[in-house]
Design a protein around this ligand. Structure first.
Ligand code: EPZ
Length: 418
């Protein structure tokens, strides 16, 4: 099984590039189900999750090919309207095929995703929304069965902002008869990117990026041609790496305004972040200050950056409080970080971090995608050597992370553990 070996203490300097967004590429690939013809998606990151979703679409009858960072996908011949458990359980974002399947074919059978390491992550809002649009939803033997004639536009009020819930309903509503209004919609940049993609298909979507999105249904769509937006969580991870060990770390091709909340926090901690268009230069905080942070839906501080920031706060001067409000179990990185000397106490949704002078390298185990990133970041500044095991979690969401970090001076290598 692959692992990473990191020798801490090396400064990070030079230029590092941000790839296309995992969380924008996944709904984009699901959108290919909405019509016949060949879709073209560029800046698609080469990630395990992308491969998983392409495999699911192929199992349904779609065909796809990749040329460098571009993917062509053709869902003309899709005839198996099912997403089986063994695929959905490995990646809950597979639920994004539900909306498009129901919209185009009037039928779908998709496995319930089940929970994951960071929480139960139900899909009740997805199902409630589809029922509002006229789908008949039944749950049988762990599967969602959805069927309808043609979906009808309706008003949908989400109980909470849900990213893939908003995306699923946007996809479904594009082919519904009449107008759909999504209220309390998620505002993440990946939602706006999906709306941009849908516009190239001839869909009529207004208000993406705000909490109210209006979709005027059309009878037919055409294949999209779209370039995926930059991955704001990879960009944020590099920002934190720079705040921890950067000496003029230049991050290119990100979208700085997608990480305003994080950038503000890193400046409060004492890092120097200089913006120049899409080029951002980060200098580490020489004496990181403790701060408090509360995760929130976009544009608030992202839950997907909480673990990474903890690696920095673990060596800040003073006590920090991290409050996780989105997922009920997103502190899985704490026991492993503590083995490196971090002083963290978790009480419900709060982590109390008492900064220490130094972390020390040891062998740690990744438990989920962003927890893995936290451990890699901690290894970059820990004394001695850190081995991060089970980095298949990391490969789900980061494209060649170790190569990118190595190119700016990190002493990091991938190896196969016996
Ligand atoms: C998306 O997950 C992201 N994944 C997650 O990124 C991210 O952490 C999350 O949004 C929050 O920003 C993708 O975009 C593929 P939600 P999603 O629905 O859509 C509750 C990563 O690291 N909820 O916005 O599954 C839910 O339990 C991943 O890249 C319901 O109760 O998250 C959570 O508490 C991890 N019922 C909250 O809403 C529902 O039907 C937000 O979840 C839907 C959600």
């Amino acid at each position: 099984m692959d692992a990473l070996r990191i020798r801490g203490g090396a400064p990070l300097s030079g230029n590092i590039k941000v790839s296309g967004s995992k969380n924008a590429a996944l709904p984009a690939l699901a959108a290919s189900l909405l019509c016949e013809g060949t879709h073209e998606l560029s800046r698609v990151p080469d990630l395990a999750d992308v491969k998983t979703l392409l495999g699911l679409l192929q199992s349904m009858g779609a065909t796809s090919s990749r040329e460098k960072d571009s993917v062509r996908i053709d869902a003309t011949k899709v005839d198996k309207l099912e997403a089986p458990y063994d695929l959905v359980r490995t990646m809950r974002a597979s639920i994004l095929v539900l909306g498009p399947l129901v919209a185009r074919f009037g039928r779908a059978k998709v496995s319930l995703p089940g929970g994951c390491a960071i929480g139960a992550r139900p899909i009740d809002q997805h199902l409630k929304g589809l029922e509002r649009l006229g789908a008949r939803i039944t749950l049988e033997h762990g599967y969602v069965l959805a069927e309808c004639g043609r979906l009808r536009g309706a008003e949908v009020l989400f109980d909470m902002p849900t990213v893939t819930g908003t995306e699923n309903l946007m996809l479904a509503a594009t082919l519904a008869e009449g107008t759909t209004v999504l209220r309390n919609a998620a505002r993440e940049p990946e939602i706006t990117d999906l709306a941009d993609l849908l516009a190239t298909m001839g869909a009529r979507v207004e208000g993406a990026g705000s909490d109210t999105i209006t979709i005027h249904g059309v009878n037919k769509l055409k294949p999209y041609k779209h370039r995926v937006v930059a991955d704001r969580i990879e960009y944020g991870t590099f920002l934190v790496a720079g705040a921890m060990a950067g000496e003029r770390l230049v991050i290119e091709d990100g979208v700085p305004e997608h990480q305003t909340a994080l950038t503000d926090k890193l400046r409060d901690i004492g890092a120097r972040v200089e913006l120049d268009g899409t080029r951002v230069t980060v200098h580490r905080a020489t004496k990181p200050k403790a701060i408090d942070v509360v995760t929130a839906p976009y544009p608030g501080f992202p839950t997907d950056m909480q673990a990474q920031l903890m690696a920095l706060l673990a060596v800040a001067d003073g006590a920090s409080v991290i409050t996780e409000t989105i997922f009920e179990n997103r502190f899985m990185h704490v026991p492993e970080l503590s083995r490196m000397g971090a002083q963290v106490r978790v009480d419900g949704g709060k982590a109390f971090v008492q900064g220490t002078a130094k972390l020390s390298g040891t062998t740690v185990m990744a438990t989920d995608l962003r927890a893995s990133a936290c451990l890699v970041l901690a290894g970059l500044i820990a004394s001695g050597e850190t081995t991060v095991r089970r980095i298949y979690h990391l490969d789900r969401g980061y494209e060649q992370l170790e190569r990118k970090l190595m190119s700016v001076g990190a002493r990091i290598e991938r190896f196969v553990e016996a």
